[in-house]
Ligand binder design. Structure first.
Ligand code: KIV
Ligand code: ZN
Length: 512
């Protein structure tokens, strides 16, 4: 029987560490449900000790997800580990992932600890974690740049203390596939109790090699767990992308000979959900989930694919969730049909109240837009304002004027803490005027570091999806808004970002 490859998704932890990608608890729960549908083996739900917000998110996910193991990251100290265990109490299956840096550079400059102190702390933390849960993962941070003799000592010691998974991170994305594969192989050969743990790879994408390095870790090194994120989300150039790993292992089963639990049909919905939630747009030529991933523009390719699909296609678009832009519902569709469509799209709203909000939005959209596509429905339910929790800022209405030769003007009504306020402003364009009108009342002082518009289903009839990234006092947040009117979409995105700035959830750095 083929060996199994464990898929460990860290979108909600390492992915979320990307500046601007921070998510609310509800958003994280929604993504965790999609990861469960995708049949991810382990979901790293967050870093419970880093903030109350992260603790609550890990706890909420642990309480609702039943088919995936829920994991929390923790530094190698008793307080962090206890917080992780506490957050994971409700999980059907839980894992604590503890880490400490082992490279000379990190130990000396960052931790200011001697190698012997690091070794002791690693042992002590795994021992402590094993008293709380039976599934403990240990990561030597910056493992790939660590001295191999020292690393072997640390790994042997933590396995002896009961670590069940050993993860070898290429924290800074420095590895080259063959070298990384051989590094894992050497470690597995030299650590005497290596067979008592599952070996895992965790690669960052600074040189664009995260997927290649991870696959080499699997093939050459014998790793049987890959840590990855949806769309490769993550700090700097990101983490290894889940969709690339899963489809490489599946498409080239002849070479890897491994089984996975993953159901790839849910990949595209997961990709869209993460992109809409974080505002990190997927590049069109991104493997598997990019808009062009299965598009054949050249005449020669089109002709070949029509004659025999496998002339130019190595995977089937439908297998990862692509379907031709399907009109899914119309103006006359009722609440039940809408609810069922949400289920088919893998969207699970928390309460009947949320379904009512989503249905009202759908009706409003259907009045303005003749054809409603899957993408429209996903956008309808993707932002946090669907939740019944009261937001500080909410959109009510907008009227704006722009005419050649005239100064654009906008008048906006929005809620602040449940009370309606009206504000108006001129601006360089209608979007600028609308956002200036909001700022005139809110005075957030936030700096806009990104403004991007995307057509959800590709044509001018489509809804515009706007991403706004704001920065204030060292915090970076993304807001996303969708509407057939891109000025309204911009206002919704701006208010969504202000809501995130308003809900101050400070966290300490995971790699601190
Ligand atoms: O990249 C890294 O080293 C990490 C560890 C905390 C596992 O994310
Ligand atoms: Zn990482």
């Amino acid at each position: 029987m083929a060996e199994k490859l464990v898929i460990f998704d860290t979108t909600l932890r390492d992915g979320e560490q990307s500046p601007g990608a921070s998510m609310t608890k509800d958003e994280k729960v929604r993504i965790a449900r999609q990861l469960e549908r995708l049949k991810v083996d382990v979901i790293e739900a967050g870093f419970a000790a880093s903030s109350n917000g992260d603790f609550e998110a890990v706890k909420a996910i642990a309480d609702v997800i039943k088919d995936s193991t829920i994991c929390s990251l923790s530094r190698a100290n008793d307080r962090d580990i206890s917080r992780a265990a506490e957050a994971l109490k409700g999980a059907a299956s839980s894992r604590i992932h503890t880490f400490i840096a082992t490279s000379a550079l990190h130990m000396e400059k960052k931790l200011r600890m001697t190698p012997e102190q690091v070794l002791e702390q690693a042992k002590q933390s795994v021992r402590f974690a094993r008293n709380l849960v039976s599934d403990v993962e240990f990561s030597p941070e910056d493992g790939y740049r660590s001295d191999v003799d020292f690393l072997c000592r640390v790994i042997e010691a933590v396995i002896a203390e009961g670590a069940t998974t050993i993860n070898v991170p290429d924290t800074v994305g420095y590895a080259i596939p063959e070298l990384y594969g051989n590094f894992i192989k050497t470690l597995r050969e030299r650590v005497p109790n290596a067979d008592k743990a599952i070996w895992s790879v965790h690669c960052h994408n600074d040189l664009g090699l995260a997927a290649a390095n991870s696959l080499a870790g699997v093939k050459i090194g014998g790793a049987r767990q890959v840590e990855c994120t949806i769309n490769g989300l993550g700090e700097r150039a990101g983490n290894c992308s889940l969709e690339e790993i899963v489809m490489a292992i599946k498409t080239r089963k002849d070479y890897f000979g491994l089984e996975m639990n993953i159901d790839p049909q849910h990949i595209l919905a997961a990709s869209r959900m993460v992109s809409q939630t974080t505002g990190f747009v997927v590049q069109p030529n991104k493997a598997v989930v990019g808009a062009n991933a299965f598009a054949h523009a050249s005449g020669i390719h089109q002709d070949g694919v029509l004659k025999a699909r496998d002339t130019y296609e190595i995977m089937r678009a439908e297998d990862v969730g692509w379907s031709a832009n399907k009109i899914v519902l119309g103006k006359l569709s009722g609440r039940n049909a809408f609810k069922q469509r949400l289920q088919e799209l893998g969207v699970q709203l928390e309460s009947e109240g949320e379904i009512n909000v989503a249905f009202a939005r759908f009706k409003e959209l259907a009045d303005r837009k003749s054809e409603i596509f899957e993408e429209d429905i996903l956008a309808l339910v993707s932002d946090e304002s669907i939740s019944q929790e009261k937001e500080q800022f909410g959109f009510v209405s907008l009227s704006q004027r722009s005419e050649t030769g005239e100064k654009p003007f906008a008048e906006i009504v929005f809620t602040v803490g449940g009370h309606e306020v009206k504000s108006s402003s001129e601006g360089n364009g209608p979007v600028d005027a609308s956002l200036k009108a909001i700022e005139a009342k809110v005075e957030s002082g936030a700096e806009m570091v990104l403004y991007a518009v995307n057509a959800i289903s590709g044509s001018t009839e489509s809804q515009g999806e706007v991403t706004v990234r704001l920065q204030n006092s060292g915090r970076v947040v993304n807001g996303v808004g969708a509407d057939p009117d891109i000025v309204v979409a911009s206002v919704k995105a701006y208010l969504s970002a202000l809501n995130k700035l308003h809900s101050k959830s400070e966290r300490v750095a995971a790699q601190g």
